[in-house]
Design a protein around this ligand. Structure first.
Ligand SMILES: Nc1nc2c(ncn2[C@@H]2O[C@H](COP(=O)(O)OP(=O)(O)O)[C@@H](O)[C@H]2O)c(=O)[nH]1
Ligand SMILES: [Mg+2]
Length: 232
């Protein structure tokens, strides 16, 4: 088995080294990490490059901030080329607990996509303000209603997919580039009838660094729903 965790980063210098250390402290055989950095002004990529001498961590350096969606696509392609059996999505900011990685991987024995879900029994979001809760809840409701998504946490960025899932999808055809990327990918996976399982996770808002979620992303989320609806 060769699970590869793809982590997009933009200005995560206060999180990335500690996160990678926690990931590599797990007893998961064959685990590797691909960090996709968009030329973070705070030097995130250099921290990861220095760690790559001692750990199985690869860095993709992109010239500028090109968006979350394209960062994930670049990371997925690299993970597939490295021979990953399972590919994870994960934030760099400790909102996703590295200790949940083995649980997700274990569920992936039975399912093609496993979502670390905040919206099933036992899952929880800690540290968001009311506005963020309402935005996320509204986005989830709309996406489920208009796209017929079965998963309860459609915007989750903590996922584990079997390689066959990504191999079956035309990654270059994914048009959304911000946070809408997560709903579009989920839509495509569901359309191909892969088995999807949600397991509860505790999501804790970042303690260090700032969120990159912007108004543009929220608008794109809803325009993506309109675009994908036509493909249902
Ligand atoms: N490479 C890259 N990473 C990004 C970009 N936007 C966000 N990220 C990273 O994607 C992850 C999720 O973003 P984050 O700001 O934590 O979003 P939030 O958890 O929804 O508030 C973090 O690891 C960010 O550093 C981007 O444009 N390019
Ligand atoms: Mg985050």
């Amino acid at each position: 088995m060769k699970p590869i965790i793809v982590i997009p980063t933009f200005n995560e210098k206060d999180n990335i080294a500690a996160l990678l250390q926690e990931i590599f402290a797990l007893s998961v055989v064959g685990l590797e990490v691909v960090v996709v950095d968009d030329n973070s002004p705070d030097g995130t990529a250099k921290i990861v490059e220095d760690m790559s001498h001692h750990h199985f961590v690869h860095v993709i350096n992109r010239e500028k901030k090109l968006g979350l969606g394209s960062a994930y696509i670049a990371g997925f392609k690299k993970a597939l080329a490295l021979g990953a059996t399972h590919i994870f999505e994960m934030d760099a900011d400790f909102s996703h607990n590295p200790k949940d990685i083995p649980r997700l991987l274990d569920e992936a024995k039975e399912h093609d996509l496993v979502i670390g879900s905040r919206r099933v029994a036992g899952g929880k979001i800690v540290g968001w303000n009311v506005v963020r809760h309402c935005t996320s809840y509204g986005a989830t409701l709309f996406a489920r209603m208009f796209l017929g998504l079965h998963a309860k946490d459609v915007t989750a960025g903590f996922r584990c997919m079997k390689r066959e899932v990504l191999e079956s999808i035309d990654l270059d055809a994914i048009a959304s580039n911000g946070y809408a990327f997560q709903e579009e990918l989920l839509f495509l996976i569901q359309q191909k009838h892969f088995s999807i399982k949600e397991i509860p996770v505790l999501f804790v808002d970042r303690k260090r660094g700032v969120s990159k979620l912007g108004k543009k992303d929220i608008i794109e989320f809803f325009t993506t729903i309109r675009r994908l609806r036509k493909k249902k």
